[in-house]
Write a protein that binds this ligand. Structure first.
Ligand SMILES: [Cu+2]
Length: 271
């Protein structure tokens, strides 16, 4: 009678461990697979790190939730009340291996997720000492101004014409972010990154766009009545096309002209 109880207890401890192993393994495999699982497809090198964090956290959460449901259901069925004096589960005061397990495993999970977050943050925050291109981004109530200081080109949005931020593919782009009135936030969803523009604070981010394309950026910080107007177009083009556009825009540069259509038409966008 005693040995059969031990065998049952042994099984009782091994099954959840097996289930946990399968779930964690499956989640890691899925996290490494393609698919963005609700996140935008990243179009920058930095965004890939953010996507990795999203995948691992998402599948980690799914695995933990699934494990808990499996354990709850399994306990309910396996240890349901049965008739007779020996039908109830064994009562114990403690179970050292199990208590160590459910203390140490969450701590390891938190350490792992913390390490992953630190890795991604350092990738996203890293700035180059010598970026290929610098763009001064100014948010104001309620539009954006993009300056390419080396070329003397300025693109300013208006209520009628939102500006186009033209970028080269495959180069390190430094965005220096400024605001003089209130806090705004520079956000292109496909970059999987956003950064606040805070009066009196110099914020900078580096981005390397990996593919040509057109996206819409927004202000992600409620900044007043016409906050909703603060959209801008982003157009990423091959580096040589960008150079040609910048030279052309520089040739016709004026100190400040409202609307990207007149100041510096985007490549391929007509003039
Ligand atoms: Cu804003």
């Amino acid at each position: 009678m005693v040995s059969s109880v031990r065998i049952r207890d042994g099984l009782a401890l091994r099954r959840p461990t097996l289930v946990a192993g399968v779930l964690v393994g499956a989640s890691l495999v899925l996290a490494g697979c393609g698919g963005t699982y609700g996140a935008p497809d990243p179009v920058t090198e930095q965004g890939k790190s953010t996507l990795t964090v999203w995948r691992v956290f998402l599948f980690g959460a799914v695995a933990v939730a699934a494990l808990i449901w499996v354990l709850v259901l399994w306990s309910v069925i396996r240890y349901r009340r049965r008739p007779g004096p020996t039908g109830n589960p064994p009562q114990r005061q403690y179970n050292i291996p199990m208590e160590l397990g459910y203390t140490i495993l969450p701590i390891l999970a938190v350490i792992g997720l913390f390490g992953l977050s630190m890795w991604a943050t350092s990738n996203v925050d890293r700035t180059s000492p010598d970026p290929d291109l610098t763009v001064d981004v100014e948010g104001f109530q309620w539009q954006w101004q993009f300056r390419y200081p080396d070329a003397g080109v300025t693109v300013t949005g208006t209520e009628q014409a939102r500006p186009t931020l033209v970028l080269p593919v495959g180069r390190t782009i430094r965005f220096d972010l400024h605001a003089d009135d209130v806090i705004h936030s520079f956000w292109v969803p496909e970059f999987l990154e956003k950064r606040d523009l805070i009066p009196g604070v110099d914020n900078s981010i580096d981005v390397e766009v990996t593919e040509p394309g057109e996206w819409i950026g927004r202000c992600a910080e409620y900044c007043g009545f016409n906050h909703w107007l603060m959209a801008f177009d982003v157009k990423a083009v091959p580096a040589d096309e960008f150079d040609a556009w910048l030279a052309d825009a520089s040739g016709r540069a004026q100190p400040m002209v409202a609307g990207s259509e007149t100041a510096a038409p985007a490549p391929g966008g007509g003039s």
